[in-house]
Design a protein around this ligand. Structure first.
Ligand SMILES: Cc1cc2nc3c(=O)[nH]c(=O)nc-3n(C[C@H](O)[C@H](O)[C@H](O)COP(=O)(O)OP(=O)(O)OC[C@H]3O[C@@H](n4cnc5c(N)ncnc54)[C@H](O)[C@@H]3O)c2cc1C
Length: 357
């Protein structure tokens, strides 16, 4: 287990803000996870688990605690009947496949420290559908269930089977099944009722050979029409999503952001009828009725605006870019201005998506 001290959190998160963390521990094997909790306990400090830092922001005062990062990588696949044999631990046989025993269902297990997009690539290369629209979401596999990542009509919960976790309450490794996670839009027990309790060690998904079923998400449909695409294989949809994202979203390796800074607004049937009467665009997604918060932000006049060093992204107003903010306080001021303006104009309260250390 690697231990470093006084590490600036801005170097660990894609928003590139935040003061020093007292300790940063790196675990590269599940057996080191209990040791990390012991370490924090011995210092009487709290723990924050960090993946790629793509959905996390930190304050200027930093974190007087222990940040635990993980470098446990590996992806493994198996026919469903092999599921019993999927072991805990870092896989030594990355990429090695067992014989498919059921051609309609396919199991993939990824270690928490694996880059999420490598998991998507792994599935697409094998012609497996279920997560191709989640291509290029930044971050690590272990964080994917935390907010039930979603994009372009798919979300993790659609294919999620289970996760191996370390339970810091009972100090044991266990398996949590999909039904334990309480998944909904950008939500699971990991970011709500059981926040900070479980360390995800690996996630297991069930995919299928084949193609994504129509109707496709609007922007995918548009891209297909404009480019005359007739191949809807997982790899082709992955290429389409990659192109759409490259056009609209900042690359976190080059431009600091935490992706969507606000959640979309989900409405009841009555609220949706009321919104439609007022002329607001209501979308009927497979997960319910919603208003795109990016639209609200644009209509409130913020598109491409620079607020305290924070740029409201021109092509996707939900995304706030740290162009020249000097501190978390700058971000907080920009956040407040946007929330208040949207509230005053539309009556909706925007909710922040990224977690705070
Ligand atoms: C440009 C950009 C585009 C984005 N687009 C999307 C998108 O389309 N859809 C979407 O859903 N999200 C999107 N995001 C947000 C982000 O990519 C996801 O939330 C992703 O899952 C974060 O992964 P991470 O490893 O960076 O998580 P981190 O930011 O490191 O952590 C996020 C949360 O998960 C917890 N966590 C991390 N690892 C573990 C673990 N092993 N066990 C338990 N808890 C853990 C952390 O404590 C924290 O609370 C985008 C972000 C950026 C910067």
């Amino acid at each position: 287990m690697k231990i470093t001290e006084n590490v600036p959190i801005k170097e660990l998160t894609t928003m590139r803000l935040g003061g020093p963390a007292r300790y940063v521990l790196e675990v590269n094997n599940p057996s080191e996870i209990p040791e990390a909790y012991e370490f924090a306990k011995s210092k009487n400090l709290p723990i924050f688990i960090l993946g790629g830092g793509a959905n996390t922001i930190a304050r200027d005062e930093g974190f007087n605690g222990v940040i635990v990062r993980n470098t446990m990588t590996g992806i493994k696949s198996a026919g469903v009947t092999d599921l019993e044999g999927v072991p805990h631990g870092t896989f030594s046989d990355v990429g090695e496949e067992k014989v498919r025993q059921d051609p309609r269902r396919y199991i993939i297990t990824a270690m928490a420290g694996e880059v999420w997009d490598n998991v998507v690539a792994f599935a697409c290369e094998r012609g497996l559908t279920g997560i191709e629209a989640l291509s290029k979401i930044p971050g690590l596999a272990g964080a994917a269930p935390v907010q039930n990542i979603g994009a372009y009509g798919q979300e993790l919960a659609d294919t999620f089977v289970s996760a191996e976790v370390y339970d810091s309450k009972t100090n044991e490794f266990k398996t949590l099944n999909k039904s334990d996670f309480g998944f909904s839009y950008r939500k699971s027990i990991l970011n709500s009722t059981e926040k900070n309790r479980y360390f995800v060690v690996s996630i297991t998904l069930e995919l299928q050979p084949g193609e994504m079923q129509k109707p496709f998400y609007n922007s995918i449909e548009k891209y297909i029409e404009t480019h005359n695409i007739t191949d809807f294989s997982p790899q082709s949809i992955r290429n389409i999503v990659t192109a759409i994202r490259a056009d609209k979203l900042p690359d976190p390796a080059k431009i600091p952001s935490a992706g969507s800074f606000f959640k979309n607004i989900y409405l009841t049937k009555e609220q949706a009828e009321d919104a439609e009467k007022k002329g607001y665009p209501v979308y009927k997604g497979h997960d319910g009725l919603k208003i795109n918060s990016g639209w609200l932000i644009e209509q409130a006049g913020f598109s491409d605006k620079l607020l305290h060093g924070i740029r409201v992204n021109k092509k996707a107003a939900l995304v706030l870019i740290n162009e020249s903010a000097k501190s978390y306080d700058d971000l907080a001021k920009a956040r407040t201005e946007i929330i208040e303006a949207v509230k005053n104009k539309f009556g909706y309260t925007l909710e922040q998506e990224p977690n705070e250390i």
